[in-house]
Design a protein around this ligand. Structure first.
Ligand SMILES: [Zn+2]
Length: 331
């Protein structure tokens, strides 16, 4: 392998695990590595572990250390990307941690940090379902509902860096309490966490469902996307009802976003979209089309499933690092 400094490692920093993609200048994935994180550690310990793991990733993927141009991290947090500071990361218990500078110092390599959902939207724009869009909105449905907005390929972050909190659009006044403190946010109605709450409450109310049995069989303490998929396949009535309601709210959410930003593409990503595909995105699209203000060219708003799955975040992080650090790219 030629010894050119063009490899970027993109890292997705989850609440319980780290995933790294080793990516060359043609945006080809050379290796995928995964490890678990102990999020209860102090940030400096975790960052030291991260630096050590990075050396393992480089060694195991067979690239030369000298070919490593940068590391780019998508963090589940409010991020100030210029110095790479993580502000509020509830999943990690972090507040104001200089992740970028600290890791750069330990690993002797430039480090870029971005919000994970923003990175995911950049990934879908550059290499996935959002290619060619002038105004792209990404909505990622998982534990929460994250959003990202790109105008002409540039992330839109607002006046305070707080834009694109699409999941905190209030869709049901006086609805269920959201993690943000408000009531009736999209996230409190249609995230996987909200769906699990509704399934559990239906079961408590006496409705029959196989969801808890599936969780027990798979030794899961939460309703994962694969359990949702299995329950729907078995035509579990509670799961069907809860999913239908979540899709309806997501359709309304997309309609609100279209009315506000008039995007040419909305990408729906995250674990459920990846598992269920058109079965999930189809009903969302139908509701959105019924609800947003339509002109003669309404059909030009594409509402599609993400194409990159779990790789959207780390690949987007790599693309951002190449742009920000002006690292060679073949695309
Ligand atoms: Zn909220």
């Amino acid at each position: 392998m030629p010894n050119t400094k063009d490899i970027v490692v993109g890292i997705d920093m989850g609440g319980t695990s780290l995933r790294a993609l080793v990516v060359n200048s043609a945006n080809e994935i050379l290796a995928v590595e995964k490890t678990s994180t102990n999020t209860r550690q102090e940030p400096d310990r975790l960052i030291a572990d991260l630096a050590g793991w990075l050396e393992d990733v480089v060694r195991d993927s067979g690239i030369q250390r000298s070919a490593l141009a940068a590391v780019s991290i998508g963090a589940p947090a409010a991020v100030d990307p210029a110095p790479g500071i993580v502000y509020h990361a509830p999943n990690l218990g972090w507040d104001k941690v200089a992740l970028g500078p600290m890791l750069a110092k330990l690993a002797h390599v430039p480090v870029v940090v971005e919000n994970d959902v923003n990175a995911g939207v950049v990934g879908e724009y550059s290499l996935g379902a959002g290619q060619g869009a002038r105004v792209l909105v990404g909505i990622f449905v998982g534990t929460g509902i994250g959003g990202g907005i790109l105008f002409d390929g540039q992330l839109y972050s607002g006046s305070r860096g707080a834009a694109a909190e699409i999941g905190h659009n209030v869709l049901l006044v006086d609805g269920p309490r959201c993690g943000c403190g408000n009531r009736g946010c999209a996230e409190a109605l249609a995230s996987r966490t909200a769906m699990e709450r509704d399934v559990r409450s239906a079961i408590k109310g006496g409705e029959k469902s196989i969801v808890l049995k599936l969780m027990k069989e798979r030794a899961k303490d939460r309703m994962t996307s694969s359990i949702i998929q299995k329950a729907l396949k078995k035509r579990d009535p509670v799961m069907q009802k809860v999913m239908k309601r979540a899709e309806y709210y997501l359709g309304i959410l997309v309609a609100n976003v279209v009315n506000t930003l008039d995007p040419d593409c909305v990408v729906v990503g995250g674990g459920i979209a990846e598992r269920l595909g058109e079965g999930f995105v189809g009903p969302i699209r139908r509701t959105a089309y019924e609800c947003f203000l339509r002109g003669h060219d309404a059909q030009r708003v594409r509402i599609v499933q993400g194409a990159l799955g779990d790789n959207a975040g780390p690949l987007g992080a790599v693309v951002l690092a190449r742009q920000r650090l002006k690292i060679a790219s073949k695309n």
